[in-house]
Design a protein. Structure first.
Length: 393
């Protein structure tokens, strides 16, 4: 890859001189293209009511002129609070850094409708819904006549992992991804593994200002959807417990940082659910550690003037329940320490040498924002975890 100032064609000349006398000249023709012409792009939008608009067909929206050498394809799914130009720049940065690691396959990214300022819960609601679009995209790339069948790899950052997690949950049984890397994932660890007991680790956030003293909603992410551990009947497993069966054996990775500032804020946001603005609430009759639909209820106040309420029920309203109402009683996937703590994931500690990611907000997305030298170990790890360093890729 050759980087230039602007697109165009020309010749690059290598001239060798001795005593100012030209003794050798070699020229090659170059065509410089805009980096966006190397990155495939899919986009999904939402309306003013936060309903994601899933089209009937899956169409790319940019003009890619790059012809890769292999049929491998890597998809990038961005996180929360990203402007359009940031989504594009992060994707381009990822492509370039994988190129320099030796990647010569296809690259694409999913532009999904996160809010650009605030409104994390609404963005989370949109992320869950976008899972349906990504499910269809993965299905299309995996069709029998597709050159990418069996060669799809995904890296998602932060809240983008909610999009990927929901897409995997919706996909039918069977292997769909060659590999999945969840970096700094803003997804409840309990949604993947209900054996975690991290509630004590979260006490440092509880009681700040005297406002929060303990859980106020049942563990419906950890024990979907009753919130009750130990029931013999189903459903009673963690919400994403079957996702591991959709990715090639041993190829689910989580890159974590226990000091990640953004994920600490995610944790606090979960502690103040339901929502905090008064429109979403939970009422239980007897035991906050279990949920019995009909006796207990999640609900939304549709009209504050007359207190008109709408009950939220599983399955049809689960995205509103998760995004606005139900607390996670474990940290985010990207903040749980220990390489083998979450069933199904291979862990990688970003705070270890040589990366040394810290508790500053910059570290939450440093791999996209810092220079290529500082972030070389990160992308080297990605390249190898994706299995691209082997001859048989």
């Amino acid at each position: 890859m050759f980087e230039g100032k602007s697109p165009g064609s020309g010749e690059l000349a290598l001239v060798l001189k001795i005593n100012n006398k030209e003794i050798y000249r070699k020229t090659i023709k170059l065509t410089l293209r805009d980096i966006s012409e190397f990155c495939r792009k899919w986009r999904v939008e939402a309306d003013n009511n936060d309903q994601v608009l899933i089209p009937s067909d899956i169409q790319e929206i940019n003009n890619v002129k790059y012809t890769p050498k292999t049929d491998d394809i890597i998809l990038y799914v961005h996180g929360w609070k990203m402007a359009d130009w940031e989504k594009k720049r992060y994707a381009e940065t990822m492509f370039k850094r994988l190129w320099w690691q030796g990647y010569k396959g296809h690259f694409g990214y999913l532009d999904w409708p996160t809010y650009t300022e605030g409104d994390f819960d609404k963005s989370d609601f949109r992320a869950y819904q976008t899972g349906e679009y990504l499910k269809r995209l993965i299905g299309k790339l995996n069709e029998p006549d597709s050159p990418h069948t069996g060669k799809i790899r995904i890296l998602a950052h932060s809240l983008g992992n909610e999009v990927v997690s929901e897409a995997l949950r919706l996909l039918p049984e069977g292997i769909h991804l060659r590999a999945y890397i969840a970096t700094q994932a803003a997804v409840s660890a309990h949604a993947y593994d209900n054996s975690l007991n991290d509630i004590d680790d979260m006490v440092r956030f509880r009681g700040l200002g005297g406002a929060i003293t303990g859980p106020t909603t049942p563990q419906v992410l950890a024990f979907y959807s009753t919130g009750i551990p130990g029931l013999p009947q189903q459903p009673n497993s963690s919400y994403y417990s079957k996702n591991i069966s959709k990715v090639a054996s041993g190829q689910m990775y989580r890159y974590y940082n226990t000091a990640d500032m953004a994920l600490g804020l995610w944790e606090w946001g979960n502690m103040v659910k339901p929502d905090g603005d008064g429109f979403f609430n939970y009422f239980y009759n007897g035991n906050v550690d279990e949920y019995l639909q009909g006796r207990d209820r999640f609900f939304k106040i549709e009209n504050p003037d007359d207190n008109t309420q709408r009950n939220l029920i599983f399955e049809q309203d689960r995205y509103e329940i998760f995004a606005f109402c139900a607390e996670s009683r474990a940290k985010a996937v990207g903040a749980i320490g220990g390489d083998n703590r979450i069933t199904g994931f291979n862990g990688f500690n970003l705070s270890d040498e040589p990366l040394n990611y810290d508790d500053l907000h910059y570290s939450h997305s440093r791999q996209f924002r810092s220079n290529i030298i500082a972030e070389w170990p990160f992308w080297f790890k990605v390249y190898n975890d994706f299995g691209l360093a082997t001859a048989n890729n």
